[in-house]
Design a protein around this ligand. Structure first.
Ligand SMILES: Cc1ncc(C[n+]2csc(CCOP(=O)(O)OP(=O)(O)O)c2C)c(N)n1
Ligand SMILES: [Mg+2]
Length: 783
């Protein structure tokens, strides 16, 4: 095992013996319940589909001590935790002991409506789960951004700051540190001087496929220290430390320190005989070692050699309680995957399950009588009253729910549309936010923006100039101090309302996840807006999905988009993102064409992200200036814009052609429509502001009954009418509209990579210009 010397020899702080005994007893119970839960799910509940239910007995067991110490002693209600995915059974067992989880849910672990495979805010409930986990690395990263959000709220006086801040804690698997997003987050955290953050690494030296590389972990502490963290290594338990202190004990320590991870794991699996064979071979020349071997039978030798600090309650408590400042701290806790189980150490144990015979002997060794498997205290030596009194006194037992209710923020009656003959939706966005920035009151105070190094190019400049950049410390704008003329006034202070991130889209989405949970996690609701270039949504897509899965609420503004970005070329031109908008759960997507539409939609979005059953909102915007319609906003038009579509030009009776467009191609659609109307006077022009909303509403109507907005809009068309659909995105964005009736569809759009050019050339080449629309209509009538 590679050596981490950092703080290895901290002085132990005495944990009262009575408390230690209680925690050690309950740690055993947690190991039992979590193992039983998985066994019950796989062997005792009839499976209806022949699928193995699964569960991770080995991954759970390695954290039983660490999690018992945290949940039953160390944590305070204001602390927030992301638990590694495969520790879900241990997490549920602890919640059960604390009285926050039901036996029924445990019995239905991994079954419909039961406790989830991986901790889930939305499915297990945010009354117990602080952060969902599942996609490894993201739960770890989000704690860092949550810590930043906690500072933000306290420094803006949006939550009380008289009490101690919470610690944001991740219990991470060692292989999670292979995920790049962890290091992106670490660098960002360093820039922001992040505090009150603990990452507890379950160093069981195993991942899913294999044993974790020694080479990597030999450098891990140096890496954390480089970015200002303290590293606390929990390596050897009390028994091994005592053996090291004996004559020749230093050789035993050296031997284990030098033992490769793979050999250590193999010997853990083989047990006492294996240890003896290797130690005799390598260290027999030392009388002190021979004495140790003579005094320990195989079982005792195995217990000694596997006495790692991550399974030593006293060492664990000592390490956690020794941290009293707010410096970010990484605990590297040596553990054994499958500790206490026959699966221990085997490299293939990741999804391994104990068979019924192994389980029966484990049950006997735990002294749990048949029929008492779910009893909280059966098989323990301590009196049940003592155990239940203790559990009632645990800080986390007291609050009924981890969720804090934060009142909704009142939004203005309307958001005025920016004026101008020709505007892009991106410019309109910047002006709308600039207008809000100039206003007073709680609404503007609650907005927080964030962007991964594209603040200026996504048009947040006016907002940032007025509202400033968030920093824990007051920092001067050097360019301003030096009288260098610049359009950007980037004052940094604890009052700033823009969080500037480096270029890392994963970080953006983890930051939005944390900002979007500010209400339920910290009690201070925020209205977060994140901006990025549309094509780079894909770079952070899993983190976006992660944020939405835990019902974080925010507005995402993606701009520029599509080939309309023109000269910047194919690497920056987005094609498939509207399909993400169409299909991503938890997100409502809009692609407006005009500034007045965007004003209506932003107003709606500020309300939507606060609704109990609302969702986050994605705006796909463009840098292309388009001529604005001269019109007054009225309730019917607003309803159409928000509902996903409206007739920009109403069709006549018996209409045989409609053009449906979305976004920046509005001028081409309008021009083609005007030209076609000479021959087809009944034709209509449908403005689609949200393919996503139209589609959802239509699907709900056809599966559950009722009439959808799309059906209502298209109801006046002839049954065999032709629909030409067009958007600066994949043609599937709108082609589904044909299924609303039995319309013949000619779907235009972009289904190849983009390239540099000007808009007329590009629209022509990709077939979304006026001529292409007219040609499509003409072809339709020849069909
Ligand atoms: C992004 C992602 N990729 C792959 C997986 C599948 N997976 C689940 S756990 C795991 C390895 C976990 O190893 P470690 O973090 O060391 O946890 P342990 O099981 O050892 O506690 C993998 C690859 C996943 N959950 N998420
Ligand atoms: Mg591991």
């Amino acid at each position: 095992m590679d050596d981490h010397t950092t703080l290895r020899s901290r002085k132990p702080q005495a944990v009262p013996a009575a408390k230690l005994a209680l925690l050690q007893a309950l740690e055993k119970k947690v190991l039992w319940l979590s193992t039983w839960m998985i066994h019950n799910a796989n062997h005792l509940r009839p499976s209806r589909d022949g699928l193995k239910v699964g569960g991770h007995q080995a991954s759970s067991s390695s954290v039983a001590t660490l999690m018992t110490a945290l949940y039953l002693d160390v944590l305070r209600p204001q602390d927030r935790v992301a638990v590694k995915p495969h520790a879900a059974p241990v997490f549920h067992a602890l919640q059960y002991l604390l009285g926050h989880q039901t036996r029924d849910k445990l019995e239905r672990f991994r079954a419909f409506g039961g406790a989830q495979a991986y901790p889930s805010r939305s499915k297990d409930g945010d009354h117990i789960v602080d952060f969902s986990t599942g996609s490894v690395g993201l739960g770890v990263g989000v704690t860092l951004f949550a810590s930043l959000v906690q500072d933000y709220l306290r420094l803006h006086e949006l939550v009380p700051s008289d009490g101690p801040p919470g610690r944001m804690i991740a219990l991470a698997g060692d292989a999670e540190l292979d995920e790049g997003n962890i290091f992106e987050a670490l660098l960002e955290g360093w820039k922001h001087d992040v505090r009150n953050l603990w990452w507890v690494i379950d160093y069981n030296r195993q991942s899913l496929d294999a044993v974790v590389s020694d080479r990597l972990f030999g450098r891990i502490d140096a890496l954390f220290e480089l970015v200002g963290w303290r590293v606390v290594t929990l390596k050897y338990g009390r028994k091994l430390e005592a053996a090291f202190a004996r004559p020749d004990g230093a050789h035993l320590r050296e031997w284990i320190d030098a033992c490769p991870n793979s050999l250590y794991s193999a010997l853990v699996y083989k047990g006492g005989e294996g240890w003896r064979e290797h130690l005799l071979r390598d260290l027999n020349r030392y009388p002190g070692i021979r004495a140790i071997l003579d005094e320990h039978d195989n079982e005792a030798l195995h217990a000694l050699m596997t006495n790692l600090a991550g399974h030593d309650m006293e060492a664990v408590l000592d390490a956690f309680h020794s941290i009293t400042d707010d410096r970010p701290t990484c605990f590297i806790a040596y553990t054994i995957k499958g500790y206490g189980l026959p699966l221990a150490g085997h490299k293939d144990n990741h999804a391994g399950l104990m068979n019924p015979a192994q389980m029966a002997s484990f049950q006997t060794s735990m002294r749990v009588r048949p029929g008492e498997e779910w009893e909280p205290f059966s098989g323990l030596d301590l009196a049940p009253e003592r155990l239940s009194d203790f559990l009632r006194s645990v800080p986390l037992a007291k609050a009924a729910s981890r969720r804090i209710e934060a009142p909704q923020i009142a939004i203005p009656a309307e958001i005025p549309a920016p004026r101008g003959k020709r505007l892009s939706t991106q410019e309109a966005f910047g002006r709308i936010l600039g207008g809000i920035a100039a206003s007073d009151g709680d609404f503007a105070r609650r907005i927080v923006t964030t962007s991964p190094d594209v603040t200026v190019s996504t048009n947040l400049g006016a907002w940032v100039n007025r509202r400033g950049i968030f920093d824990r410390a007051e920092r001067l704008d050097t360019f301003r101090e030096e009288n260098v003329v610049s359009a950007q006034r980037w004052t940094m202070s604890p009052r700033g309302q823009h969080i500037e991130l480096g270029i890392a889209e994963h970080n953006l989405f983890l930051q939005l996840a944390a900002l979007g949970l500010a209400g339920p996690l910290f009690g201070g609701r925020l209205l977060p807006i994140g901006t990025l270039y549309d094509p780079f949504i894909k770079r952070g897509l899993d983190a976006l999905n992660y944020a939405l899965y835990q019902d974080a609420r925010f507005i995402l503004v993606a701009t520029p988009s599509g080939i309309s970005l023109a000269p910047e070329g194919g690497a920056h031109q987005s094609v498939i993102e509207p399909m993400i908008g169409l299909t991503q759960p938890g997100l409502v997507a809009f692609e407006p064409a005009y500034a007045d539409e965007l004003a209506v939609l932003m107003h709606w979005a500020f309300g939507q992200i606060q609704e109990p059953h609302g969702e986050s909102v994605y705006f796909r915007l463009s840098t292309r200036p388009v001529e604005q319609p001269e019109r007054a906003m009225d309730p019917a038009l607003m309803e159409g814009i928000v509902g996903g579509g409206y007739w920009l030009r109403e069709p006549g009776p018996d209409c045989e052609l409609a053009i449906a467009y979305c976004g920046a191609v509005a001028p081409e659609a309008l021009a083609a429509f005007e030209a076609l109307r000479e021959d087809l006077p009944q034709a209509g022009l449908l403005a689609v502001t949200s393919p996503n909303r139209l589609h959802r509403d239509w699907r709900a109507a056809v599966t559950q009954g009722g009439q959808s907005a799309a059906q209502r809009l298209l109801a006046g068309l002839r049954p065999d009418a032709v629909l030409v659909t067009v958007s600066d995105s994949h043609p599937a964005t709108l082609s589904w509209l044909g299924g609303v009736g039995r319309y013949r569809v000619l779907p235009l759009g972009v289904d190849r990579f983009g390239q540099s050019g000007d808009i007329p050339d590009l629209y022509h080449y990709y077939g979304i210009d006026q001529d292409a629309i007219i040609d499509a209509a003409a072809r339709a009538f020849l069909l």
